[in-house]
Design a protein around this ligand. Structure first.
Ligand SMILES: NC(=O)C1=CN([C@@H]2O[C@H](COP(=O)(O)OP(=O)(O)OC[C@H]3O[C@@H](n4cnc5c(N)ncnc54)[C@H](OP(=O)(O)O)[C@@H]3O)[C@@H](O)[C@H]2O)C=CC1
Ligand SMILES: O=C(CO)COP(=O)(O)O
Length: 352
């Protein structure tokens, strides 16, 4: 297949590598002229992927039209904040070429500020569905650094169109990269976006010296509040026990590769959000997603205590330790049952 990958950051470059190793023709687009030149001349993206050697067949460009020319599949991998502008640019190209109907895929993990939209909703709001075949979401526990060194990775391709997710599955699968299809786009995208919040808190907890008990508690209670919001927004609760749910939550909350986890550690050292962004030099999606998720939860009337505590720390300058003790001193609760998430009839159907 001929594939355009939009985004020369760490994830776009790592996914381009997988596709090129699977013998696809890969045209990589980025706005960063230095990175594009380095990929073409030295087959490396040192700024985002260190010493990894990229397949020589990958051609990078800053010209979007050139990257999109004649491709069967367009993979969008830029931070959430850039999704709307990239989608507008892709729409311009597709309108000029109405007979060219590629599959769109995105691998971005966040919610848009103010609109609270999921990434596929932003894309759909900017690109008319007549201009492309189908939209597929790629998500799961997958640090770019590990994929780049061909570590075993399992991931989900979600779409309402099973044929399209099957095509994406086949395009990416190889002996180190295994792809499962899924039909629950809402659940997959929400798991991907919301795990970033819990990972920041896990980084804070680690920096404060709390151990594995706290980590396990955060992952489990984080999953509970992600599931609550997800179900309120129409997701299948079972999706959150899959790769894009608990899988991504584990990998992001337990790994020093995670930029969100690193951001939490830096916050606990006393750095501000701006200083953390400056230090990490890569996207920390959890910062904006915390605000969007907090507002969304308020609107939906869904209780998300961990998200709320992080929101107050990031946007209302509450103190880290009082945020943590606030979480611990909440009134005693019963662990959630399926009935609490779903209502008794649906819960009965799932558990039988
Ligand atoms: N890295 C990972 O391991 C994984 C990341 N993801 C997700 O993938 C998405 C992309 O992340 P990742 O690649 O890691 O990010 P990075 O921070 O590594 O790179 C960001 C890339 O996006 C580009 N970019 C930023 N803003 C714009 C814009 N307005 N227009 C065009 N390009 C822009 C940057 O260009 P420039 O260099 O010019 O700033 C850079 O190429 C995120 O949603 C992330 O959560 C998902 C799974 C794994
Ligand atoms: O999504 C990721 C791994 O699945 C990457 O997480 P970070 O953005 O926190 O690095």
């Amino acid at each position: 297949m001929k594939i355009a990958v939009l985004g020369t950051g760490s994830w776009g470059s790592a996914l381009a590598k997988v596709l090129a190793e699977n013998a696809h023709t890969v045209q990589l687009w980025g706005r960063n002229t230095e990175v594009v030149a380095s990929i073409n001349q030295h087959h490396k993206n040192e700024q985002y992927l260190g010493d990894t050697i990229l397949p020589h067949s990958i051609k990078a460009t800053t010209n979007l039209e050139h990257a999109l020319e004649g491709v069967d599949l367009i993979l969008i991998v830029v931070p959430t904040i850039a999704i709307r502008s990239i989608s507008q640019a892709v729409a311009v190209y597709l309108k000029k070429n109405p007979d060219h109907q590629p599959i769109l895929v995105h691998a971005t993990k966040g919610l848009e500020l103010d609109t609270h939209l999921r990434v596929s909703e932003i894309i759909e709001s900017e690109i008319s569905s007549e201009l492309y075949q189908s939209l597929v979401v790629l998500s799961g526990p997958s640090h770019a650094e590990e994929v780049a060194r061909r570590d075993i990775t399992t991931i989900t391709a979600a779409s309402h169109d099973l044929e399209a997710s099957g095509i994406v599955q086949k395009a990416f699968m190889n002996d180190y990269f295994r792809v499962y299809t899924n039909e629950d786009v809402i659940g997959v995208e929400l798991g991907a976006a919301l795990k970033n919040i819990i990972a920041i808190v896990a980084g804070i907890s680690a920096e404060l010296g709390y151990g594995d008990n706290a980590k396990a508690g955060l992952i489990t209670r984080g999953l509970a509040e992600i599931t609550r919001l997800g179900v309120a927004l129409g997701a299948d609760p079972l999706t959150f026990s899959g790769l894009s749910g608990v899988g991504d939550l584990i990998v992001t909350c337990t790994s020093p590769h995670s930029r969100n986890w690193q951001a939490g550690k830096l916050l606990a050292q006393g750095y501000s959000m701006d200083e953390v962004n400056e230090k990490i030099k890569m996207v920390v999606e959890g910062f904006t997603t915390t605000k969007a998720a907090y507002e969304l939860a308020q609107k939906q009337g869904v209780e998300m205590p961990i998200t709320e505590a992080l929101y107050r720390l990031l946007y209302e300058e509450s103190d880290i330790r009082s945020g943590l003790s606030g979480l611990m001193s909440r009134v005693g609760k019963q662990e959630a049952s399926l009935e609490q998430h779903l209502g008794s009839q649906e819960a009965h159907e799932i558990s039988h």
